[in-house]
Design a protein around this ligand. Sequence first.
Ligand SMILES: Cc1cc2nc3c(=O)[nH]c(=O)nc-3n(C[C@H](O)[C@H](O)[C@H](O)COP(=O)(O)OP(=O)(O)OC[C@H]3O[C@@H](n4cnc5c(N)ncnc54)[C@H](O)[C@@H]3O)c2cc1C
Length: 280
Amino acid sequence: MHAAQFDYERPATVDEAIALLKRHGDDAKLLAGGHSLIPAMKLRLARPKVVVDIGRIANLSYIREADGSIAIGAMTTHQEIEASTVLRDHSPLLAETAAHIGDIQVRNKGTIGGSLAHADPAADYPAPILALDAEIDLVGPGGRRTVKASAFFVDLLQTAIAPDEILVEIRVPATAKTVAYVKTEQKASGFALVGAAVVIGANGVRIGITGVAAKAYRATAVEDVLATNGTPTPAGIALAAAHAADGVEPLGDIHASAEFRAHLAQVNTRRAIERALQRA
Ligand SMILES: Cc1cc2nc3c(=O)[nH]c(=O)nc-3n(C[C@H](O)[C@H](O)[C@H](O)COP(=O)(O)OP(=O)(O)OC[C@H]3O[C@@H](n4cnc5c(N)ncnc54)[C@H](O)[C@@H]3O)c2cc1C
């Protein structure tokens, strides 16, 4: 099936792209790697009148370390994240996660900015983005602002990005080495039935879970039990992980029932904590 007819714009700068979003309002959609937008347009789930291709804007694709953080440009592809020695050496969780996304064609074209902006409930990055307590920079007509990961994912396919804003950069701590991502994927697409990301740091454990509910979430109930129990034992980890779906409404679909997703959340969270501890 072909997409409905649309106009195509290719701005050279972020400012030009924002001006186009302002001018066309709800009729416009940004195009990054196209691996979520184009399928949605072909299925007529999205029918933008104007597609604003941000693929030729300079300086939106980079991975660099500065001031204790690693900054990642929004147009950086999954493959570039997977292969980044800066990330693998200093903060390997996103690189580990990127290796789990789709297949090589998807990883070569899809971008971290596009994935976060799309906020698919089965996308992989939201889990590590929450566990890393990442910062996300958005630019709009009013300038640049930073949104914490905890405030970024609003609901199913909804984020804190305003219609005339562009996600430009993601920052993660440069010192998160005791980490792990454990995913059970939907076999045909690779999307997460459930993915659990764990970061163990001096201030405790942070856990992000994707695939279970309408939006990815921090498993704070698990984090709290681990914080209360002190040095984790195998039995203590299992007891804590049993709270992985507390307070959320698991989704069921043709790929997995809500009960199975809640169960997988517990199993993958336990495995991710154990794997991260082995790397400590
Ligand atoms: C066969 C297949 C398998 C896949 N498997 C997986 C998987 O296992 N795990 C997974 O996580 N994902 C998977 N994906 C999705 C893939 O990772 C997409 O690349 C990603 O979700 C979207 O990124 P994109 O760059 O392609 O964005 P696009 O499709 O270009 O855009 C997606 C949405 O985000 C908006 N947008 C894009 N960039 C920005 C920006 N900088 N600022 C604001 N809004 C923006 C667009 O307007 C659009 O609404 C799969 C996709 C396919 C086709």
